[in-house]
Design a protein around this ligand. Structure first.
Ligand code: CA
Length: 248
């Protein structure tokens, strides 16, 4: 039998930590609990977990700072991390700061939902690890002329807008890539969640909206007067087909 994946739970509320440990253990994981950031760093250093669940509100350090500290440890950037947040402004920070965390769960949450998320993230990171070891087969995409409104370079995970390379987080890239490939086509939130995040869950509509918001802000820096991503009320998002040849 395969070794049980070790899941580090960093949570100062013992009630929540107990529940999480119980559901994770029931589901075939090996949970370890740290009630403080200091303890979490010690546990992480002692044995690198398969995944870490970080509460944002910890007594000795906030979860964002802890995330950065863990990422800086040897192999830390290969461990998927999931934030537990109690407030919506924390969710905005998770997305807005583009920490590169793999996901978040808003409190109160259902323990089953958390286990499902943990499974999805571990599946996804296993897939990505497998992909990154596959040698590239196709030659690099030739550079598109600078005047192209959009230029997608899938090899480099890069998108240019009016010739300017966008600095995108993983999920922003995933969303914009889909839109750019099919201008005018409407993507629903569920569809984007499924295709970019790997699962569809109604309670995470906010994730899509928050990423569209940060994407729009980045596009605005290049073309302040344009609205390249259209919102279709009640249905979803689409890339505008009516962009001028130059941004000004
Ligand atoms: Ca807390």
């Amino acid at each position: 039998m395969a070794l049980k994946p070790r899941i580090l739970i960093v949570e100062d509320e013992s009630g929540i930590a107990d529940t999480l440990q119980y559901v994770l253990a029931t589901d075939g994981f090996a949970p370890v609990w740290a009630s403080t950031a200091e303890d979490a760093i010690a546990q992480f250093t002692a044995e690198r977990p398969a995944l870490a669940v970080l509460d944002v509100g910890l007594p000795d350090m906030n979860g964002f700072e802890l995330f950065r500290r863990l990422q800086a440890l040897p192999g830390g950037n290969q461990v998927p991390m999931l934030f537990l947040t109690a407030r919506s402004d924390e969710i905005d920070r998770v997305v807005g700061l583009e920490l590169g965390a793999d996901d978040y769960i808003a409190k109160p949450f259902s323990p089953r939902e958390l286990v499902a998320r943990v499974r999805t993230i571990l599946r996804r990171s296993a897939r990505q690890a497998a992909e990154s070891t596959t040698p590239p087969t196709a030659p690099p995409t030739p550079a598109m002329p600078a005047i192209a409104v959009w230029a997608l370079d899938e090899e480099r995970h890069q998108i240019r807008f009016y010739g300017k390379a966008l600095e995108l987080s993983r999920y922003e890239y995933g969303v914009l890539r889909l839109l750019v490939q099919k201008p005018g086509r409407v993507f629903t939130r569920d569809e984007l969640l499924l295709k970019v995040w790997g699962d569809a869950n109604d309670s995470f509509d906010r994730t899509v909206d928050a990423h569209i918001k940060t994407l729009r802000a980045k596009l605005k820096l290049i073309a302040p007067g344009l609205e390249p991503i259209r919102t279709l009320r009640g249905s979803g998002y689409a890339l505008s087909e009516e962009l001028p040849a130059t941004p000004a």
